[in-house]
Design a protein around this ligand. Structure first.
Ligand code: HEM
Length: 188
């Protein structure tokens, strides 16, 4: 092996060892659940924020200028929700599928989260101008009204994930209900 390659290989091994140790440290402390919860919470904020654009833009037309931001917020929300799931699968359960299945059994909140995330997949995949053009705006809009199912499920998941009811998910749900009522009233 050439010296340069050997050095690269040794350094890669060192990096991998460090990464392994970091992951072990995260698992040993309570950091895995911290990371899981923080990613889940930020995913919820961002996803709910995407739903505020239409009503806020109605009352403050100047805000419509920021409409293109909605797509970014939604994609980041989706990415964080995926991270949240990945943390659960890797750091919390270490790919122990049977154990995960056991945990899901009878745990409604996990199913709500899973369905919410699955519904977000087609939305994330079509959150680009090319997909919008291909589908045609009407079809695209119809697909994206799935948001009105996915976000309530995600926030329901948040509420039920709590062992004791805390103010935050209730507050997010109140905002969500306000948006849904507004949408219902302004549907044409
Ligand atoms: C759009 C999808 C999702 C969102 C927005 C979301 C959001 C959240 C939030 C906000 C929490 C509570 C965090 C806290 O207490 O501070 C949470 C907890 C949790 N979520 Fe999710 N989640 C989603 C999908 C999933 C999925 C697919 C799974 C697993 C299959 C999952 C598993 C969990 C678990 C295990 C907890 C912790 C419950 C506990 O404290 O014991 N979530 N999620």
């Amino acid at each position: 092996m050439r010296p340069k390659r050997l050095i690269l290989a040794i350094n890669l091994v060192i990096l991998l060892l460090l990464l392994g140790q970091m992951l072990a440290a995260i698992q040993a402390s309570d950091m895995a659940s911290e990371l899981r919860d923080t990613s889940g919470r930020w995913a919820s904020y961002l996803l709910l924020a995407t739903m505020l654009f239409t009503p806020l833009g109605y009352y403050r037309p100047v805000l419509r200028r920021y409409l293109p931001l909605r797509r970014h917020l939604g994609l980041w929300g989706f990415a964080l929700a995926m991270m949240h799931l990945l943390i659960w699968v890797t750091l919390e359960f270490g790919f122990a599928w049977a154990l995960m299945w056991q945990e899901m059994d009878g745990n409604l909140f996990i199913w709500l989260g899973l369905v919410a995330l699955l519904l977000l997949v087609p939305l994330a995949l079509t959150s680009n101008t090319r997909a919008m053009r291909k589908l045609g705006y009407r079809n695209w809009q119809a697909w994206h009204s799935l948001t009105y199912v996915a976000v309530p499920l995600a926030l329901g998941h948040y509420l039920l994930a709590q062992k004791v009811v805390t103010a935050e998910p209730v507050l997010l749900l109140v905002v969500l209900v306000m948006v849904l009522v507004w949408r219902y009233r302004h549907a044409h």
